[in-house]
Design a protein around this ligand. Structure first.
Ligand code: 4AD
Ligand code: MG
Length: 462
C-alpha cells in the first residue's frame, strides 16, 4: 500500500478506505483495552488519531509507542467517535520504525522554553511551533520566487565567495585555505595572499547587490535570494551572522518605483500566507502571538507612510521620549527609534528616504543637496528595519568621487565601475531580510527561532 501524507488524508478524507500513514507519535493515551495515538508526519500542523485495540497488538508493542517514536500504521479510515477530530484510523497493523526512550527524549513533555529548544535544534522541528515556522519559511520562499517570476524578473545566482565588501562595513568572514598556524607572510608581516587559494583576499558575501546590479544592467529586472554573512558582533533578537536576503535590482527604476515595488512585494507575501498557510497561522496566532493575524491584515489593508529621514529625526526629537541612543541629524536610527515611528507615531509601516550620506553605503545615488542620498528603509512593527535599499549612483564621476572620499579600494571595484562607463542607466534595488520577514509573518520574537540552525556569535552547533 502507498503511504498517504496526513495533510492529504485530512484534506479529503474518504471514510472506509484503507490507508497507510507514517509519522512520529505526539501523544498516547487510553485505557487497558484501547490506545489513542496522535500521529504527526510534518506535512501539516494537524495530527491524525490512531485507535489501537490492545487485544490485537499486545501491551508490549503499545508500551514502546511513546512520544517521539516513529511508526507506520495501516487501517481503515473511520468517522471518529471522540471530540477534536472528524476521522481516525482504526489500526490493523503497526510497524515500529524507531523507539524513543520516554526517560530521556527531550520533547517528552510540552512547554519548553525557546532557549531550551534552541539547544536541541536537531529535534525542535518536531514541535508544533517549529513545524509551523518552518512550513511558513518554505511557503514564503516559494511565494517570493512566484512573485518575481510572475513579474518577469530573473533569478540571478550571485557568488557566495567574493573579493568585495558591498556594504563597506568590514563585517566579513574571511575565506582561505591557509594553515592558520603557518600563514605565509611577506616582508612586512602581512599575509602573502598570492599564495592563497584565490590568489587574493576573499570573504563570504555580505550582500549580492553589486553583482545583482551587473545583472540588472543586462537583463533588466533580476533578483537574488541567497545566504549572506555578517561578522557583526551584535547579540540582538534581530541579528544573525548567517541570514538569507532577497535582493531585487531593476533597471530604469527610480526611488519611487523602488518603494512601490517593496510595498507591493511585502503585501503580496502576506496575502499569499493568508490564502495558503491558514492552519499554521491560526496555530501561531493562538499559541505565540494573539495579535498576529490582525497585524498581517492591517499591513495588507493600509498604505505605508513615506517620509524623509530628516522629518523622522524631527518627530523623534519632539517626542519627549528618553532614548537609550541619542537622536540627532546625521546619527543612524536605532531599533527603538524605528519602532517608535511605526508603532506609536504613525501606527503603520513607514518608508524613510533621503538619509545622510555618511551613514549609508557608497553606491547610493547622491541628492543635489550634497548631504543626503536616495536611500530607503522600510520599517515594520515589532521589528524596525525589514528592508534597506536605494536608487543607485549611475554617474561614473560622482560614484568614483564617493569611492575616493571613503578611501574604498577603487581597483577592486573596476568591474562595478565599468557598468557606469558602458551604457549606464538609472536603476534601483533593495534587500529584504528573509528572517526579519519571517519574524513578522510568524509572530516569533527572536530571529534565532525562524531559521533552522541559527549562526550567532559563539554559536555554530549542528
Ligand atoms: O540594509 P542592508 O545592510 O542592505 C544591503 O545589504 C543592501 N545591499 C541591500 C540592497 O539594496 N540590495 O540589509 C538589508 C536587510 C535589512 O533591512 C535587514 O532586513 C536584513 O537585510 N539584515 C539582517 N538580517 C538578519 N541579521 C542581520 N545581521 C542582518 N543585517 C541586515
Ligand atoms: Mg540597512
Amino acid at each position: 500500500m502507498k503511504r498517504i501524507k496526513i495533510k492529504d488524508l485530512l484534506q479529503t478524507p474518504i471514510v472506509d478506505t484503507e490507508v497507510l500513514v507514517k509519522g512520529w507519535v505526539r501523544t498516547k493515551r487510553g485505557n487497558k483495552n484501547i490506545a489513542f495515538i496522535s500521529l504527526n508526519d510534518g506535512s501539516t500542523i494537524n495530527n491524525i488519531q490512531i485507535v489501537a485495540d490492545i487485544s490485537i497488538f499486545g501491551e508490549d508493542l503499545l508500551r514502546d509507542i511513546t512520544t517521539g517514536a516513529c511508526i507506520g500504521v495501516t487501517g481503515k479510515l473511520v468517522k471518529s467517535q471522540g471530540q477534536g477530530q472528524s476521522v481516525e484510523v482504526a489500526a490493523a497493523t503497526i510497524d515500529l520504525y524507531g523507539k524513543s526512550d520516554a526517560e530521556t527524549y527531550p520533547l517528552q513533555k510540552k512547554g519548553h522554553s525557546m532557549e531550551f529548544l534552541r539547544e536541541i535544534a536537531h529535534l525542535r522541528p518536531r514541535t508544533n511551533t517549529f513545524g509551523a515556522v518552518f512550513r511558513m519559511r518554505h511557503a514564503m520562499a516559494f511565494a517570493i520566487h512566484k512573485y518575481f517570476n510572475d513579474k518577469g524578473f530573473f533569478y540571478l545566482h550571485t557568488p557566495i565567495i567574493t573579493g568585495s565588501d558591498a556594504e563597506g562595513a568590514g563585517e566579513m568572514f574571511h575565506v582561505t585555505t591557509f594553515d592558520l598556524a603557518k600563514i605565509p607572510l611577506d616582508k612586512n608581516g602581512a599575509p602573502e595572499f598570492s599564495q592563497d587559494f584565490f590568489g587574493k583576499p576573499t570573504n563570504l558575501t555580505v550582500s549580492g547587490q553589486l553583482e545583482g546590479e551587473l545583472g540588472a544592467l543586462a537583463l533588466g529586472d533580476i533578483y537574488t535570494f541567497g545566504p549572506t554573512f555578517r561578522a557583526e558582533n551584535s547579540n540582538t533578537p534581530r541579528h544573525l551572522a548567517e541570514f538569507w536576503m532577497i535582493e531585487p535590482e531593476m533597471a530604469f527604476y527610480d526611488l519611487s518605483d523602488n518603494m512601490d515595488l517593496a510595498e507591493d512585494f511585502i503585501k503580496y507575501l502576506i496575502k499569499y500566507a493568508l490564502e495558503n498557510c491558514m492552519d499554521d497561522l491560526e496555530f501561531l496566532n493562538n499559541m505565540i502571538d494573539k495579535g498576529l493575524l490582525e497585524r498581517l491584515r492591517f499591513v495588507v489593508d493600509n498604505e505605508f507612510v513615506r517620509t524623509t529621514y530628516t522629518n523622522a529625526v524631527k518627530i523623534l526629537a519632539d517626542s519627549g521620549k528618553n532614548w537609550e541612543y541619542p537622536v540627532g541629524w546625521g546619527r543612524d536610527l536605532q531599533a527603538e527609534h524605528e519602532r517608535y515611528l511605526v508603532e506609536e507615531h504613525f501606527k503603520k509601516p513607514v518608508i524613510l528616504v533621503d538619509y545622510p550620506k555618511e551613514i549609508k553605503a557608497f553606491y547610493m545615488k547622491q541628492n543635489d543637496d550634497g548631504k543626503t542620498v536616495r536611500a530607503m528603509d522600510v520599517l515594520f512593527p515589532g521589528i524596525g528595519e525589514i528592508i534597506g535599499g536605494s536608487q543607485r549612483e549611475e554617474n561614473y564621476e560622482k560614484l568614483i568621487a564617493r569611492i575616493k572620499e571613503l578611501k574604498l579600494p577603487e581597483k577592486d571595484l573596476w568591474w562595478y565601475l565599468e557598468t557606469r562607463k558602458y551604457g549606464t542607466a538609472p536603476h534601483s534595488g533593495f534587500g529584504l531580510g528573509f528572517e526579519r520577514l519571517l519574524l513578522f509573518m510568524t509572530g516569533m520574537s527572536n530571529i534565532r527561532d525562524v531559521i533552522p540552525f541559527p549562526r550567532t556569535p559563539k554559536n555554530a552547533e549542528f
